[in-house]
Design a protein around this ligand. Structure first.
Ligand SMILES: Cc1ncc(COP(=O)(O)O)c(C=O)c1O
Length: 445
């Protein structure tokens, strides 16, 4: 097996790649190079097996190296590698949109294609503003995001996001007219909740206060992740999302769910909105859409939103927005094959059947040294560790590195360790992830 792996580059060869969201100097001194993947596993460039506890980066929901996706991509490359989607079309883009509409939350049946989660978010924000304008409410231009939110790295997504390190350097360049709801992480009241926390639905009422401050007539949309991933897994208290929906309805404000990580089966339904029985007006997705095989995102818009644009002369472009690679044919082929795998193998609901086993496994971390909280929902889990005095994030980073040394890949945000394995995971792999993490936590000072 090792013979098939590409040789690890010499350390000097790592200089040119400015790595994203990475401690470049630390990494280049001690590289962690992944060279091959199949099923639940990666193999490093040295040939070491690594159990994937995070589905790559929350995207490889059907596991690695899916032959069906490779074949569909190869076939499409041989048939037509590219076609524009501006004033032209190609059949599989429409086929994919129709397939997505069938699994969408009620009414969210109009699909706009992008290339990433960040682009999906900026697209949804622009659609929200343009929608109100199309209805004669062009003064509705404000957005309400949430503390600890992550909506990608475009200027729009960064502005509505609420993670300080992603924002502070770019402060002067934020979108104007953005305000933020309080986040819903409350360890004092909700530590070690199993599934959604009981306490905190009332935090949604902060939206009424922001509306009273800015006036509803100036607000285009509220954007939240149903479950926030990047900030270290922040769950919505029971009833919280419904309350947000009611307040948005009352004031004619659009509700956007960013389902870039929760979409495509992560929480036991195709989308978290279905799991929580709250339907937004716009929904942003990416990641699991192609099982991570090719970059692609999709914004799901309610029919009423699309219809509001369909006015004026028929030869006029209704929305001046799009990307050269919107509905890229090869990405469409990858997404169609991915949906086929998800459907055939029941992966869009598999997290629901594994949820209680997963919950018991991750909550076995309770009681270990420095573990302040354990959170879970669907096939998402997190352990929050006590920060070392004066060194926030140091313990979390050490735990992440040591898990990798012991053959398990988890994700670290500050002192929170997050887990979101491929949805094909088996019991023995659940046990291995949690046992490895547990022993590393126990042995980390
Ligand atoms: C909720 C959410 N929105 C948006 C994004 C950005 O997606 P991308 O990195 O594909 O631009 C992410 C990425 O993790 C995400 O978790």
């Amino acid at each position: 097996m090792n013979a098939a792996l590409s040789p690890a580059p010499a350390h000097g060869d790592l200089d040119a790649f400015w790595m994203p969201f990475t401690a470049n100097r630390q990494f280049k001194a001690n590289p962690r190079l992944l060279a091959r993947a199949e099923g639940m596993y990666y193999w490093t460039a040295e040939g070491r097996e690594i159990l994937d506890g995070v589905a790559g980066l929350w995207c490889v929901n059907a596991g690695h190296g899916r032959r069906e996706i490779t074949e569909a991509v190869t076939k499409q490359l041989g048939t037509m590698e590219y076609a524009p989607a501006f004033q032209m079309g190609h059949p599989i883009a429409f086929e994919l949109a129709n397939r997505l509409a069938k699994i969408a939350p009620p009414g969210l049946e109009r699909i706009f294609f992008t290339n990433s989660g960040s682009e999906s978010v900026d697209t949804a924000l622009k659609i929200a503003i343009a929608y109100h304008r199309a209805r004669g409410a062009g003064q509705r231009v404000r957005f309400i995001g949430r503390e600890k939110g992550y909506h990608g790295v475009g200027f729009g997504g960064m502005s509505v996001g609420g993670m300080v390190n992603n924002r502070k350097v770019f402060g002067a360049s934020m979108l104007p007219g953005v305000d933020h709801l309080p986040h819903t992480l409350d360890i004092e009241n909700n530590a070690f909740s199993r599934g959604l926390p009981q306490w905190g639905a009332h935090l949604a009422d902060a939206l009424e206060r922001l509306i009273a401050l800015h006036d509803a007539s100036t607000i285009a949309a509220v954007i939240v992740e149903p479950i926030a991933g990047s900030a270290g897994v922040v769950l919505p208290p029971i009833g919280y999302l419904k309350r947000l929906r009611e307040i948005c309805d009352k004031h004619d404000i659009l509700l956007i769910f960013d389902e870039v990580i929760t979409g495509f089966g992560r929480v036991g339904k195709p989308f978290a909105s279905q799991a929580f029985d709250v339907t937004p007006d716009l929904m942003t997705t990416a990641k699991g859409l192609t099982n991570g095989a090719l970059p692609m995102g999709a914004v799901f818009a309610h029919r009423k939103i699309y219809d509001a644009f369909m006015q004026g002369p028929e030869n006029a472009i209704e929305l001046f927005h799009g990307y050269t690679y919107s509905a890229h044919p090869v990405a469409c082929a990858a997404a169609l094959a991915t949906l086929e795998v998800y459907t055939k193998e029941g992966l869009l609901s598999r997290a629901a059947s594994l949820a209680s086993e997963w919950e018991n496994a991750v909550h076995s971390l309770r009681g270990l040294p420095h573990v302040l909280d354990v959170r879970n929902y669907g096939l998402i889990g997190a352990a929050e560790l006590e920060p070392r005095a004066g060194k926030p994030g140091a313990r979390g980073f050490e735990v992440f590195l040591e898990c990798f040394e012991r053959g398990v890949m988890v994700r670290q945000t500050g002192d929170t360790i997050a887990m979101s394995p491929p949805l094909i995971i088996e019991s023995k792999q659940i046990a291995r992830i949690v046992e490895t993490l547990g022993s590393v936590i126990r042995e980390t000072a």
